[in-house]
Every structure is written in C-alpha cells, then in structure tokens.
Write a protein that binds this ligand. Structure first.
Ligand code: UDP
Ligand code: MG
Length: 308
C-alpha cells in the first residue's frame, strides 16, 4: 500500500518546515510507502525553495510549482492528478489540519470507507467572524445546492485511489471540491478533529475569496437560483393583476388614486429585481463561457522530479 499526502501551499514559507516535521513523525510510524506532494500555488515568497530543500533531503517529497496563483481548489486538483498512492490524504499547509489525525483517517479506511471526510471542531482562536460566515456559508449552500455539503467540513480528507480517479474524471473548470466529493458518492464517513490555529502567516481566504467560493459552490452545484425568477415573476404578476382589478374597481366607484409614489416604488423594485435576475443568468452564462473555452485548469512551471 502507498499513501500520498497532497498539500496545496500559497505563501507558506514559514510553515513548510514545521509541517514537514509533524508529517515526518507520522510517516515514520507507518510501515507502508508514502509520498508527500507539495503544490506551490504561485506563491510570492520562498515557498517553492523550502519545498525543494525538503525534496533534496527526502526522496519521497515531491514539489510542483504552478505557473501562477490558480486558487486552493485547483492546486488541490493538481496535487491529486500527480498523486500515485492507493490512498490519498489532502491537508492544508498551515497546520490547521493536524497530521496526527492521519492514522485515524487510515483506520476508518481500513474499516471499509472509501472517503473519510473531516469536520472541524472550532478552537478558541477561531474568530467569531469566521464562525458566523462559515455557518451561513453552509446554510446557504445546502438550501440551494442539490447535493448535501457537510457543514464545517474542510478539504482535509482521505480518499481511495478509486474515488480520486472518479473525482478526476469530472472535467469541470469551476470546481467546488467539497460539493463534488459529496456528489461522487461511494462509501463516505466523517470524523471530527480539533482544528489548530494557523501556525504562521495569515489566512489567504479573504472575505472576497469566501464570497467567490460560496457563489461558485452554489452555481456549480445547482441551477436553483435560476428558478428564483420564476417565483418572483409569478408573485409580482399575481400581485399586479389583483392590484389592477382593485384600481379598475375604484375607477368605476369614482375614486381617483394619486399614483406618483406607488409608481415610483414599483419601478424601483421591479427594476432592481430585473437587474438581480439578469446577474444570476449572467453568472450561469459566464460559467458556460468558461467551460466552452476548455482551457487547461492549471499550468505547471517547474517540478522537483523531472520524470513524472
Ligand atoms: N491556498 C492555496 N491557494 C490559494 C489560497 C490558499 O493553495 O490561493 C492553500 C493555503 O496555502 C492553505 C490552504 O490552501 O494550505 C487553506 O488556505 P488558508 O489557510 O489561507 O484558508 P483557511 O484555513 O483560513 O480557510
Ligand atoms: Mg488555514
């Protein structure tokens, strides 16, 4: 049996050393072969240099440097594509996903699960903001998307070769890993782990990136938002008809209604809703546009081993 550990890194130069030490402790306790794949997602610091150093010292360490920053989800995918293990574990580079949980993941795999997901138990250092935003993120996504996305899941999981191959057979450009993993099915389970605070550096998931991930999550997993226009349209159409009957009734009763305010409000509300719906449609059209261009999902600039 061979284990691949896949780690996307973006500006993590100060974490590689510590992460690797932690990983090494775990790896040394295993009696099967391991490989560690670091994906440098176009870091602006010396992350790749740190990875290279490790790969010179340990031949089971491999590094891939993407040509620019493609984002966490794509970096993960690049790592999965390069992995050759029978089981694959993905984790973050900032030690928030403790390597000492890996044996627990493997135990579950040995019990017969194909995918072992994890659920983060927040530690005291998780900011209130992060807690609230991630809670709403999952409520929002599960309301709208067609597959269930486990709340507080992280991209810290074990996958069997079979499921990784299934995952890689999905050729979509806009990828929401958590949703797609849930979508592929197989025998999945979930274990809890206590998240550590980030070891060093700061999170690159800014509010902007989180909103992008949320929109991505919903629009790639579901077309429900497109149906909003149907419901809103129906509501306003019926209201309009009822109101029109009311006004006609008033007219025959000799009542004249002053209409400036109501006309203005109606125009503003309807105008707003139309723009909103247009933007939802636009979001889907842009996804079609992205998919049809079928550009490669990422480009590799360099790698530590040249024979793969
Ligand atoms: N990451 C990446 N590309 C990016 C942003 C992040 O590869 O554009 C990596 C990052 O190095 C880390 C993981 O994705 O290993 C999770 O990122 P981060 O810790 O910033 O997110 P958070 O834990 O705050 O959600
Ligand atoms: Mg993190």
């Amino acid at each position: 049996m061979k284990l691949s550990i896949v780690i996307p890194c973006y500006n993590e130069e100060s974490n590689i050393e510590e992460l690797f030490n932690e990983l090494k402790k775990v790896i040394d306790s295993f009696h099967f072969t391991c490989e560690v794949i670091f994906i440098d997602d176009g870091s602006k610091d010396n992350t790749y240099h740190e990875i290279e150093k490790k790969s010179l010292d340990y031949d089971y360490v491999r590094g891939i440097s993407l040509s620019r920053n493609f984002g966490h989800q794509i970096a993960l995918l690049a790592g999965l594509e390069k992995s050759s293990g029978d089981i694959i574990v993905t984790l973050d580079a900032d030690l928030q996903h403790p390597p000492n949980v890996i044996p627990e993941l493997i135990k579950k795999y040995e019990e017969g699960y194909d995918i072992v997901n994890t659920r983060r138990l927040d530690d005291a250092s998780t900011s209130l903001f992060k807690k609230i935003t991630s809670k709403w993120f999952y409520i929002f996504i599960n309301k709208l998307s067609d597959v269930r996305v486990e709340p507080f899941g992280a991209d810290f999981r074990l996958m069997s070769r079979e499921t990784v191959d299934a995952f890689l057979s999905i050729k979509e450009h806009d990828r929401f890993t958590r949703g797609l993993v849930s979508w592929i099915g197989f025998n999945q389970c979930i274990i809890k782990y206590k998240a550590n605070p980030r070891f060093s550096g700061k999170s690159s998931y800014t509010l902007k990136k989180m909103i992008k991930l949320a929109i991505n999550g919903v629009t790639t997993m579901s077309s429900k938002p497109l149906r909003i226009s149907l419901y809103l349209g129906l509501i306003f159409f019926v209201t309009g008809i009822v109101y029109a009957l009311f006004i006609i009734g008033n007219y025959f009763n000799g009542l004249n209604v002053e209409g400036w305010t109501s006309i203005l409000i109606t125009i503003l509300i309807l105008g707003g809703i139309q723009l909103l719906i247009l933007s939802i449609i636009g979001e889907y059209v842009s996804r079609i546009f992205n998919e049809t261009k079928s550009r490669p999902l990422y480009l590799v600039k360099k790698k530590t081993d040249t024979n793969t």
